[in-house]
Design a protein around this ligand. Structure first.
Ligand code: ZN
Length: 143
């Protein structure tokens, strides 16, 4: 069993938006965050805009299909903070440890996320309503 701290840092904050075209000017031009990239994650059926507030990464998530998890979230809860993502160096190992601790994992195995990452989600009922993501960066995996 892994006893060392598994979580290295906050990786990003995921925010659900109806439209990146509407949201981006406010976050970038108005609020002054730096836009890094906009990309599609077909497995999640979302378009992701990656922004930086200093070193803190914010991901705006726009659904690209009605059955996207983000589309369902928007219908149920409206726009707003969707999840907190935590940086780890081995998503597979962290999934095993969390499962040992009884965490209700939404993913039994790492899946591809934005920007070549490997990620997995923990059901929000485990952390008082907060949907948590664990993320492994591609460069970390190659090290
Ligand atoms: Zn995320």
């Amino acid at each position: 069993m892994v006893t060392a701290p598994m979580i290295q840092d906050l990786h990003h904050i995921g925010v659900a938006v109806k439209s990146l075209d509407e949201a981006l000017p406010r976050w970038v031009d108005g609020f002054g965050l730096r836009l890094d990239v906009v990309e599609e994650v077909p497995t999640e059926r979302v378009k992701v805009a990656i922004l930086f507030a200093g070193r803190t990464r914010i991901e705006l998530l726009e659904p690209t299909a009605d059955d996207s998890p983000i589309a369902k979230f928007l219908t149920k809860r409206g726009e707003g903070v969707h999840h907190l993502a935590f940086k780890v160096d081995d998503t597979g190992a962290v999934i095993r440890v969390l499962t040992e601790h009884g965490a209700p994992m939404l993913d039994d195995a790492p899946r591809p996320g934005a920007h070549g990452t490997k990620c997995a989600f923990v059901h929000p009922k485990w952390l008082g309503g907060v949907l948590a993501e664990i993320v492994q960066d591609p460069e970390e995996a190659a090290r």
